[in-house]
Design a protein around this ligand. Structure first.
Ligand SMILES: C[S@@+](CC[C@H](N)C(=O)[O-])C[C@H]1O[C@@H](n2cnc3c(N)ncnc32)[C@H](O)[C@@H]1O
Length: 241
């Protein structure tokens, strides 16, 4: 099963409460739109108006879905949800511990007492992180080249470094458009920061923010989390107070 099927299953269970599902960092609706097509009432939150514009266009005519602009670390909606989910590793985009806690705090406030939080992100890949540590300071490396013949081409460069002190990956990508003679006619810079979260760190974070871990899976087929798992798939519920 893929992530869409996994979140759809949880959303179906949660929808028995009559409450909507909330997707944080919904992007262009890759997960939320199929859920809405399957009859789930969903609200999608994202801080990017550009992503939301695409999502709204893709979802035109679907009544079960709505979108709202907001920050997953500081949202306030006058509604409780049966399921709040964060797919596609977006929780790792919160690079400060205060933001991670603020996000989980907002989720706790907006979750029904019988509701569920579900999210997935990478199991940190130690060999890969070590390689990024070794490549630190080596500057931009070629990542991809596409030739369009007489119409020129595209060259992509990237640099990644992993910082152990902050558990962060800093990634810079440059996309260069070339004319047929190989001269650069445009250059786009993209920067991205991710913060890796380790297994027990997440357990502690969840507890600290008022959740009980219901399950940690190693994938979307409910398989156990093991040394070989590349993904952590979490399901948590509000802790009994
Ligand atoms: C990888 S996309 C995920 C899209 C979608 N959830 C999916 O599964 O395809 C990450 C999204 O996170 C959004 N984002 C990043 N930081 C955010 C924040 N603090 N609050 C809300 N959205 C955020 C970005 O605008 C982007 O749309």
């Amino acid at each position: 099963m893929d992530d869409v099927g996994f979140y759809l299953g949880l959303a179906r269970n949660a929808s028995r409460s009559g409450l909507r599902a909330l997707e944080l960092a919904v992007g262009t609706g890759r997960v939320a739109i199929p859920l809405a097509r399957a009859g789930i009432r969903v609200l999608g939150l994202d801080r990017s108006p550009a992503m939301l514009e695409v999502a709204r266009r893709k979802a035109a005519g679907l009544e079960a879905i709505e979108f709202v602009e907001g920050n997953m670390a500081s949202f306030s909606l006058d509604e409780k949800f049966g399921l709040i989910y964060i797919p596609a590793r977006s929780f790792l985009l919160l690079t400060a511990v205060e933001d991670q806690k603020a996000c989980l705090g907002c989720v706790r406030e907006h979750l029904d007492a019988d509701g569920r939080l579900a999210l997935n992100f990478f199991n940190p890949d130690i060999p890969l992180m070590a390689a990024w540590m070794r490549s630190a300071g080596k500057g931009m490396q070629p990542a991809r080249a596409v030739e369009f013949g007489a119409r020129g081409g595209v060259l992509e460069w990237e640099s990644r470094r992993y910082l152990t002190s902050t558990q962060q990956i800093d990634e810079t990508r440059i996309e260069e458009r070339l004319d047929a003679g190989g001269a650069v006619i445009s250059r786009i810079y993209r920067k991205m920061g991710l913060r890796y979260v380790f297994r027990f760190e997440m357990e502690h974070l969840l507890r600290l923010c008022g959740f009980e871990v219901e399950a940690l899976y190693g994938g979307f087929d409910f398989e156990p989390f093991t040394d070989a798992s590349t993904e952590m798939v979490w399901v948590a519920r509000p802790a009994a107070s």
